[in-house]
Design a binder for this molecule. Structure first.
Ligand SMILES: Cc1cc2nc3c(=O)[nH]c(=O)nc-3n(C[C@H](O)[C@H](O)[C@H](O)COP(=O)(O)O)c2cc1C
Length: 178
């Protein structure tokens, strides 16, 4: 069993990024299990580092129990969403007790535009490396939701093989780095 802690950086009910995560989960090899983080967290407050909110304690445990991490981020104003940053800031604390250290990780994202999430993902790579995560460099996945998802949020047939290939590469990356 390979467990992946999944961070979807949009709280929107019909989020394309949530659909992308669900499609990657469906196309992952047998034995890969996705554990979705509850991203609806309070705003990070350093005063609470010694007494973290229950949802944050749960999130940190989910990450620590996972073999790998998948960030699925929208692009907001040419960076990744504050929802993702907020979760990362909590899970990186208290100082010296980051839940991310050494975890294999991949970063993907969906938007309506052809270039969407390139800058969001690049900014997030910087954070993942700072947090000493083991980042998968290839394949990259910049998902165009306008052409890549049908009306039920399922990936179109033309993109399915690419997503499956990504999911297989990520599973291998996690297995060989956990
Ligand atoms: C505050 C905000 C900023 C945005 N900035 C960008 C951007 O810089 N680049 C981009 O491709 N899309 C941008 N978008 C459009 C998002 O890609 C689009 O809303 C997308 O559907 C968000 O992902 P979701 O469907 O998972 O919620 C922005 C949307 C919002 C709400």
């Amino acid at each position: 069993m390979t467990k992946i802690a999944v961070f979807v950086g949009s709280l929107r009910k019909d989020s394309y990024n949530k659909s992308l995560a669900k499609n990657i989960e469906r196309l992952s090899p047998e034995g890969v299990e996705f554990d979705y983080i509850d991203m609806d967290l309070p705003l990070y407050n350093q005063d609470l580092d010694g007494d973290m909110p229950a949802k944050v304690v749960t999130m940190k445990q989910q990450i620590e129990d996972a073999d790998g991490v998948l960030f699925v981020t929208p692009e907001y104003n040419r960076s990744f969403s504050g929802v993702i940053k907020n979760a990362i800031d909590w899970a990186s604390r208290p100082w010296g007790q980051s839940s991310f250290t050494g975890k294999p990780v991949a970063i993907v994202g969906a938007s309506m535009g052809a270039l969407g999430t390139t800058q969001a993902q690049q900014a997030l790579r910087n954070v993942a490396l700072f947090l000493d995560m083991k980042l998968m460099g290839q394949p990259e996945l910049y998902f165009n939701a306008a052409s890549g998802l049908d009306e039920n949020g399922k990936v179109v047939e033309a993109s399915e093989d690419f997503l499956r290939g990504f999911a297989e590469a990520f599973a291998k990356h996690v297995e060989s780095n956990k």
